[in-house]
Design a protein around this ligand. Structure first.
Ligand code: NAP
Length: 290
């Protein structure tokens, strides 16, 4: 059995294992991303999927240091909040979001972070350089878990005015209160779009198998940048419509790729790059599974 000592890499030249946990977990593309980087960097370490049912998540973390055999991992739906509660230490971002998507062992103690914020911002930095030069108004659709990361990231980046529209107003109000955003009614979107510098969809609307996002972009400034964190399909109807009228657009796949960078560096000691080759590999997998 792998011991905590080997899991933390204390054993000289010990192979490191990291994982992604969720329920279900078969859909996760994290093993493809990290597997690509391990190969690229000539590392014999590993990254694997672990299916953890909700009733076992507390036990999974309680036993982690003794029996896990892993140096750390990623957390996906539905365990991000449980992971946050299970950590002995969390960084400022995880604390703000009350959710962890990345964790690691440090001297036998569990540490957690949330790299969705980094992933969201780094994706825009790479896909639309200068997108944040005018930190005027950001308009965010949705108020779920991903929206928390997006709104926190935008406030961190210096956006003064973050408007939030969501089907369930109470959820938007809670998020707005936590991070200093402003809630608007869905019906007021056309009016808000005129002043918008950045439009972000964080709802699951427009995703394959989900209802469409019905939004007429006619009032949107041609200078606004539009991003959709949904990446199946890669070019959502929102992005197609924005592109057709000349807005700068950034798809959501880059957020997934960039959020993986800090974890890989933490577990395996090398900072990996998000490259076109990696992106093409994941795009091919997305297309193959459609
Ligand atoms: P979530 O917590 O379940 O939130 C879902 C959001 O979508 C809520 O705002 C919800 O509104 C809204 N919504 C769902 N169905 C709706 C409908 N029929 N009409 C109107 N609004 C609807 O999910 P999440 O974790 O935030 O994820 C949201 C999306 O982002 C998913 O598609 C996920 O795959 C994607 N995502 C992408 C990345 C990336 O790396 N690119 C990272 C995380 C998530 P209510 O509050 O009213 O229910």
């Amino acid at each position: 059995m792998t011991t905590a000592a080997t899991a933390t890499g204390a054993g000289k030249n010990a192979l490191k294992r990291a994982c992604v946990i969720g329920w279900p977990i078969g859909h996760s593309r994290s093993p493809l991303i990290h597997g690509y980087w391990l190969e690229e960097h000539g590392l014999a370490d590993s990254y694997e999927r672990v299916a953890v049912p909700p009733e076992q998540i507390d036990g999974f973390f309680a036993d982690f240091t003794a029996t896990g055999g892993y140096v750390g991992g990623n957390v996906t739906i539905p365990h991000k909040e449980a992971a946050f509660r299970a950590m002995a230490h969390v960084d400022e971002t995880a604390r703000a979001l009350s959710a962890c998507n990345t964790f690691w062992l440090d001297a036998g103690t569990l540490w957690g972070s949330n790299t969705d914020v980094y992933g969201f911002l780094a994706n825009l930095d790479a896909g639309a350089p200068g997108w944040d030069q005018r930190r005027g108004t950001a308009l965010v659709l949705g108020a779920g878990g991903a929206a928390r990361a997006v709104v926190f990231g935008l406030k961190q980046r210096g956006f003064d005015r973050v408007l939030l529209a969501n089907r369930t107003i109470a959820r938007a109000q809670e998020l707005a209160q936590d991070f200093g955003a402003m809630v608007i009614e869905w019906a007021d979107l056309p009016r808000a779009m005129g002043d918008t510098d950045l439009l972000v969809n964080t709802t699951s609307l427009g995703m394959t198998g989900q209802p469409p996002l019905e939004l007429d972009l006619a009032p949107l400034s041609p200078k606004a940048c539009v991003t959709d964190i949904v990446y199946v399909p890669l070019e959502t109807p929102l992005l197609s419509a924005a592109k057709a009228r000349g807005n700068r657009v950034v798809d959501g796949l880059g957020m997934l790729l960039h959020q993986a960078v800090p974890g890989f560096e933490r577990w395996f000691g090398v900072r990996p790059d998000v490259t076109e080759v990696l992106r093409a590999k994941i795009v091919a997998d997305l297309l193959a599974s459609q």
